[in-house]
Design a protein around this ligand. Structure first.
Ligand SMILES: [Fe+2]
Length: 181
């Protein structure tokens, strides 16, 4: 069983024990359900990697990029305009925003969950089953334009934007212009 805390050391920064345990359980269950022994070897996003010939990009690295980006945005807005951020929620939601990919893909191959549900709907089930609050499920659903759910609060908006920036940074490893993505 993969060591979730080793993959995501940011977990330790979540103060609320139930939230911290829920995020850990969410990933641990996803790994167990999908026989993932090496979490670090799970690819970032197979269709985009195949389409653009992107190699050696992994989900753990991407999720950590999103966590770091969302936190940086939060700290900037707190300092500049006193924005009120729930850092536990931001961190927990950023950490689980893509957990459904473990169900959507088996290695580089799309599964029935990926084909029939698409990204990231199954993540709502993962989050709920782990006992995480509905706000986390909202961030999962609203972080991508593949759903019609728009961010309702700042933590969701920050994860969405951090995810877009992190994905763009990956695409720019092989593209000269993001408009070609
Ligand atoms: Fe993502």
């Amino acid at each position: 069983m993969p060591d979730v805390l080793a993959a995501f050391p940011e977990l330790a920064d979540i103060d609320e024990p139930d939230l911290r345990d829920g995020v850990r359980d969410c990933w641990a269950t996803a790994c167990a359900d999908n026989a993932v022994d090496d979490l670090e070897a799970v690819p970032w996003f197979p269709p985009a990697q195949r389409g653009h010939g992107i190699e050696d990009e992994y989900l753990v690295g991407h999720v950590r990029d999103v966590v770091a980006g969302a936190r940086a945005l939060a700290e900037s807005l707190e300092a500049s305009r006193g924005a009120e951020i729930d850092h536990d929620l931001l961190l927990a939601a950023a950490l689980v925003h893509d957990v459904s990919k473990l169900y959507e893909f088996d290695g580089m191959e799309e599964t029935a969950v990926g084909d029939l549900l698409g990204h990231p709907h199954y993540g709502v089930h993962c989050v709920a089953a782990a006992g995480l609050p509905v706000e986390c499920a909202h961030v999962v659903l609203s972080h991508t334009s593949r759903t019609t759910v728009e961010p309702a609060f700042l933590e969701a908006e920050l994860v969405k934007r951090a995810d877009e920036a992190a994905a763009a940074a990956i695409r720019l490893t092989v593209l000269d212009d993001l408009r070609d993505a």
